[in-house]
Design a protein around this ligand. Structure first.
Ligand code: NAP
Length: 294
């Protein structure tokens, strides 16, 4: 049986993946930041991804055969505000994990992002050249290159994820559902497009990729190209609320220090070819599950 090590297990994706593995009886351990929330399910250890010695100690102690690297500075704003720390956490930690994976002969699955693209040429296939607009996107594109140099490495480029994390910490998704439920103004872009995927589907797809022998890059995204506004309407319909509180806005109305890509929709044809089905379900179906089962 594989021994899994999941970094970022206190985050949205990592916590959901760790829970799925534990529920399935897999041998899995998660790593968390020192101050973040603990996952609801699973064994974990705390470690700073900015500290290469600490990473080495944890990996050598656990001797994983499968490393899923989901820990990162994921906020565009936070990455912009501290580029040096972003480099340490998002790039240097990936180098350290790649070298340790090699030492343990482990497979390394790196979670990257649709934000490695500038949004001008969607839908993007895996071989499209990265063109990030943000420090965050640049750090992930650089880390992709490190993982691709490793024979047992795979880059899973994730689209925007929605859903409930398996940690007790409110996320943007929670506050959006809360706004819809309570009729509080919810401003959503009508001109920013993604191919959103439910966290549970993304975790399952990443697991399937990890357990295969695929090396290189694979896109994991939902089947629909949706604007942020359309996503809000779908969520409102699933919740049985009017969505009257949703206000359509444009990217140009929001002042940000870095440009936001207009459309980073990902094509998943390569995943479908390899695994025989799409990685994610339509958003209305996922939202119905979320509303019914939490
Ligand atoms: N969310 C999305 O829509 C999306 C879309 C595309 C790609 N991705 C990628 O998918 C992966 C998972 O994303 P996510 O949404 O689960 O992100 P997330 O919720 O922000 O989780 C990232 C985790 O990394 C941890 N982390 C950050 N700095 C750390 C450090 N110095 N030491 C230890 N842990 C540290 C965070 O801990 P603290 O919060 O406690 O600091 C957090 O638990 C990331 O690689 C991200 O780039 C996400």
């Amino acid at each position: 049986m594989a021994r899994w090590l999941i970094t970022g297990a206190g985050g949205q994706f990592g916590s959901v993946l760790l829970r799925a593995l534990v529920r399935d009886g897999q041998d899995a351990v998660g790593t968390l930041s020192f101050h973040g929330p603990s996952p609801m399910v699973g064994t974990f250890t705390r470690m700073d991804l900015g500290d290469a010695d600490a990473i080495a100690e944890v990996v050598r102690k656990n001797r994983p055969s499968m490393i899923v690297h989901a820990g990162a500075i994921t906020s565009i704003q936070a990455a912009y505000e501290d580029p040096e720390r972003t480099r340490r956490v998002n790039v240097a930690a990936t180098t350290a994990l790649m070298e340790l994976a090699e030492e343990c002969r482990a497979r390394l699955v790196f979670t990257s992002t649709d934000l490695v693209f500038d949004g001008s040429a969607a839908p993007y296939v895996e071989d499209a050249p990265p063109s990030p607009l943000s420090i965050y996107g640049r750090s992930k594109a650089e880390a992709e290159g490190i993982v691709r140099s490793y024979a047992h490495g795979v880059v899973v480029r994730l689209a925007l994820m929605y859903g409930l994390a398996a940690v007790d910490r409110p996320t943007t998704f929670h506050s959006q559902l809360d706004a819809l439920r309570n009729g509080r103004t919810l401003s959503l872009f009508l001109d920013e497009y993604r191919t959103p995927i439910w966290l549970e589907d993304a975790a399952l797809a990443a697991r399937r990729i990890a357990e295969s022998d695929y090396a290189g890059i694979l896109h994991v995204a939902g089947p629909q190209r949706l604007s942020r506004l359309e996503m809000g309407w779908i969520a409102a319909r699933a919740m049985g609320v009017s969505g009257e509180c949703i206000v359509a806005t444009r990217q140009s109305e929001m002042q940000t220090p870095e440009l936001r890509p207009a459309d980073v929709s990902l094509s998943c044809e390569r995943f479908i070819t390899h695994f025989g089905q799409a990685p994610g379900r339509p958003m209305a179906e996922a939202m119905a599950e979320i509303v019914t089962n939490g």
